[in-house]
Design a protein around this ligand. Structure first.
Ligand code: ATP
Ligand code: MG
Length: 436
């Protein structure tokens, strides 16, 4: 009989290895550099690359090849010239899994520099490159920070369905799905469900996939991305949500600098200053773009990508931060659940947050009043009868509330200074890629 005990298998940590005289380390043979009498073997573990010295004269040729997954034992020796401050003098190598020769991409270099087609085609291999994987380790920190901060603020984490009967955001960018004998859709946003949960928990958040059938090939749109959403009750207006986001970003940035310093260094990330984020109204932003940069607005529907870039530049030059809030979007630019601003007819209590000239968040105060919501639906040509279950919340009472959606990949690409959103998504889905 086997008894399963509750102790988990221990994880090798770099500090444990550093402080042990002798160590056996699991990892991949990242690179072997023949130095004559000895070899440098770079051993890639789950987060590090450890320098191993292999003495050929006393041990013979190392019995492993680049790419192999091995268990390597040896003594740990302080070495100030090694990046980690120590190296391992190898004694034995056990190959756990040998790599086939002729890997189609070379992963043991600093930067991959591949054409995008190959980069994406060989994604499972490319992601082993230390710089590539640093992006996703940092991304872990972003999600962790979001979750930790919101949990500390009394938010409850929820999981809403991704198969839905109708779209939340409207518009044409919705994927259809055969669902037995019915028509279903892939969720464009957890919006309607997170609102339904405000009367339950008061504050909720979700980190999950959303699907957008954007037919265009841009550097900032994926067809499946990870949305970090929150929704909170008993607010006075959208500025309460903006304050929450500002505090949340500050928490994320301090977590990144405390616990992800090596990834930030690998990617040369300079974290933005989120101590005080400037905020301008939509129409003021249009005016300042024209005034400061001589570019008259061509549309008052939304911002064009170039306008977003100029706003980012303005924030950097005038406020010393690449972050800027824009508030009060015109009401036809925003979905039906957005609260109109009673003080500013035609405009809404809504906001976007831009980072480095790219939208990373949209948020707003939502309508909580049943009469106001059904009236706005009708005004926008929607039939309230199609939203029966959604409107249950409004009809039977819900707190004044608001929230936001933050694109995980958009935030990651802007922090890491990576120019295409595909590179900050593990296995991106775009019009040309559904594998790997
Ligand atoms: P954009 O105008 O930039 O296309 P949007 O206003 O349509 O974005 P929202 O519905 O406001 O997008 O979604 C909230 C957030 O989700 C955005 O601020 C952005 O960070 C992210 N996001 C939206 N669409 C995509 C996409 N196709 N790929 C990656 N991230 C996205
Ligand atoms: Mg938006």
């Amino acid at each position: 009989m086997i008894k399963i005990m509750p102790e988990p298998m221990p994880q090798q940590s770099i500090e444990q290895i550093r402080n042990s005289g002798e160590a056996c380390i699991n990892g991949a043979v990242h690179k072997i550099r023949n130095m004559g009498g000895f070899d440098f073997i770079l051993l890639r573990t789950g987060r590090e690359v450890i320098q191993v010295v292999w003495n050929r004269e006393s041990l013979g040729e190392p019995s492993c090849a680049e790419g192999d997954y091995v268990r390597l034992c040896g003594s740990v020796v302080p070495e100030p010239r090694a990046r980690l401050g120590f190296e391992v003098h190898g004694r034995s190598i056990e190959v756990k899994s040998a790599a086939a020769g002729g890997m189609p991409v070379t992963i043991n270099k600093n930067k991959m520099n591949l054409h995008m087609d190959n980069h994406l085609k060989y994604r499972p291999l490319v992601l082993r490159n230390p710089r590539e994987r640093a992006v996703f380790k940092m991304q872990e920190g972003v999600c962790r920070g979001f979750r930790e901060f919101l949990t500390s603020q009394g938010f409850t984490e929820i999981h809403s369905p991704k198969i839905t009967a109708a779209g939340a955001e409207g518009g044409a960018n919705i994927f259809k799905l055969d669902y037995f004998d019915k028509q279903a859709y892939l969720s464009q946003s957890p919006q309607l469900y997170k609102q339904a949960m405000v009367p339950v928990f008061e504050r909720v958040f979700e980190i999950g996939p959303v699907f957008r059938a954007e037919p265009h090939d841009t550097s900032r749109h994926l067809n499946e991305y990870t949305s970090m959403d929150l929704e909170m009750g008993f607010i006075d207006d959208h500025t309460d949500v903006m304050r929450m986001e500002t505090a949340m970003l500050r928490y994320i940035f301090s977590l990144l600098s405390d616990e992800y310093a090596q990834e930030l260094a690998e990617l040369s990330v300079e974290l933005p200053d989120a101590s005080a984020i400037p905020s301008v109204k939509f129409m003021e932003a249009k005016e300042l773009i024209e005034r400061e940069f001589g570019r008259p607005a061509r549309t008052y529907q939304d911002f064009e990508p170039e306008e977003e870039k100029l706003l980012g530049k303005w924030a950097q030059q005038n406020h010393g931060t690449p972050l800027v809030f824009v508030t009060h979007y015109p009401h036809d630019a925003r979905p039906f659940y957005t609260m109109d601003d009673p003080a500013d007819p035609g405009y809404t209590r809504s906001f976007d947050l831009l980072l480095g000239g790219l939208e990373i968040t949209s948020g707003a105060q939502r309508i909580h009043d049943y009469g106001m919501q059904t009236e706005k639906m009708r005004r926008m040509g929607l039939d309230p009868d199609d939203f029966e279950s959604y409107l249950m919340a409004h009809r039977y009472g819900m707190p004044p509330h608001g929230g936001l959606g933050l694109g995980l990949e958009r935030l990651t690409m802007q922090l890491a200074g990576i120019e295409n959103v595909r590179y900050v998504c593990l296995f991106p889905r775009d019009i040309n890629h559904i594998t790997p």
